[in-house]
Ligand binder design. Structure first.
Ligand code: FES
Ligand SMILES: [Fe+2]
Length: 343
């Protein structure tokens, strides 16, 4: 039976300060640009969480992200050129090294003591990520069961959603809608597990649904419960893991908040690296299958995200995972969209 939670609980959920707030976001790693789109010697403009950046790849192969505007007169550094591991502004040719320090001003004998702010970058799953604070407090977002593995990955799609990334994310643990929108013949009950203060997993714990033909069909492939688990980083990047015991599929939905409280995302397909040519071929097939699984998940409720005005007026016990997700988001370190300053 569904019961309403008490009104105090529901009003505190509606007044959440970080969850679904378009003016702030959680300090963390966010995707910026797919790795192959930034070759050695290239520089590109990017806007991340309302802040404008230039990102380039120096000759040592490392991606450098820095504030976009030149401290001389404000030219966008993405108009400039990469020289070795440094970047030279197009306008008056001032040059900045990979730490953002000015190292050359052609019309002066000695460079001035000015610098451009740089941001930590990392690359994983075919994507360049930027840490939106001082020193990264965690490794790059990873799929828990592949934490120590080398992986093959592919970026399957790019998408925009007309609502906040947090709202898109809860869809994957919204157990009620699996049975309504997706006609899943199985009641999913999630168990939450905190990986660290910024990462959380929700895993299915039920074996039910045995009277369904579909579940009977897939049951032999599972020793215990049917695998369905979701791992979230910063309330914004979520990876779903599904599939029989002998082959798990991992689909990462990497989202970021854009203007107007909307979400922009990439779907990344991930599998463990397998050795040799055969392993490579096998992985192409696995990644293709992963894409099919991902398409299945994306179907059915995409239209809801175009029109929803999220307002959690009536939380019920069946929404428990969503409530836990909101609480998890609320506990994290929020910074202001645009300025990246502490709230
Ligand atoms: S604006 Fe960049 S060198 Fe003058
Ligand atoms: Fe759905």
């Amino acid at each position: 039976m569904m019961v309403n939670l008490n009104s105090k609980a529901s009003s505190s959920l509606r007044k959440s300060k970080t969850f679904n707030n378009p003016e702030c976001f959680i300090e963390g790693w966010y995707w910026v640009i797919p790795s192959p789109m930034l070759r050695v010697g290239e520089v590109k403009p990017v806007t991340l969480m309302g802040r404008e950046l230039a990102i380039y790849r120096g000759k040592d192969g490392k991606a450098i992200a820095l504030d976009a505007y030149c401290p001389h007169m404000g030219a966008h550094l993405a108009e400039g050129t990469v020289e070795g591991n440094s970047i030279r502004c197009l306008f008056h040719n001032w040059k900045f090294d990979e730490a953002g320090t000015c190292i050359d001003i052609p019309c002066l004998e000695k460079p001035l003591d000015v610098r451009v702010r740089t941001w930590h970058t990392g690359e994983k799953y075919g994507m360049i990520w930027v840490w939106t604070g001082e020193t990264p407090k965690h490794p790059l977002p990873f799929v828990p069961e592949l934490e120590d593995d080398e992986c093959d990955s592919a970026i399957a799609s790019s998408f925009l959603k007309n609502c906040h990334p947090n709202v898109v994310m809860i869809n994957a643990i919204d157990a009620q809608h699996f049975n309504t929108v997706h006609n899943l013949p199985l009641k999913i009950v999630f168990l939450k597990n905190d990986i660290n203060e910024n990462a959380i997993t929700f895993s299915n714990t039920t074996r039910g649904g045995e009277d369904s033909f579909f579940i009977k069909l897939i049951r032999p492939f599972y020793k215990n419960e049917v695998t369905y688990s979701m791992c979230y980083w910063y309330g914004s990047t979520g990876t779903v893991t599904v599939g029989p015991d002998f082959l798990h599929f991992h689909i990462m939905f990497a989202l970021r908040l854009i203007e107007g409280g909307k979400a922009e995302g990439k779907t990344i397909l991930i599998t463990k690296k397998r050795p040799g040519i055969l392993g490579w071929v096998f992985n192409r097939v696995v990644l293709w299958l992963t894409k099919m699984v991902g398409n299945y998940f994306a179907k059915g409720d995409t239209q809801v995200f175009q029109t929803i005005k999220f307002d959690f007026q009536t939380p019920t016990k069946a929404d428990m995972s969503i409530i836990q997700f909101i609480q998890h988001v609320e506990k994290q370190n929020a910074i202001a969209w645009g300025t990246w300053e502490a709230e």
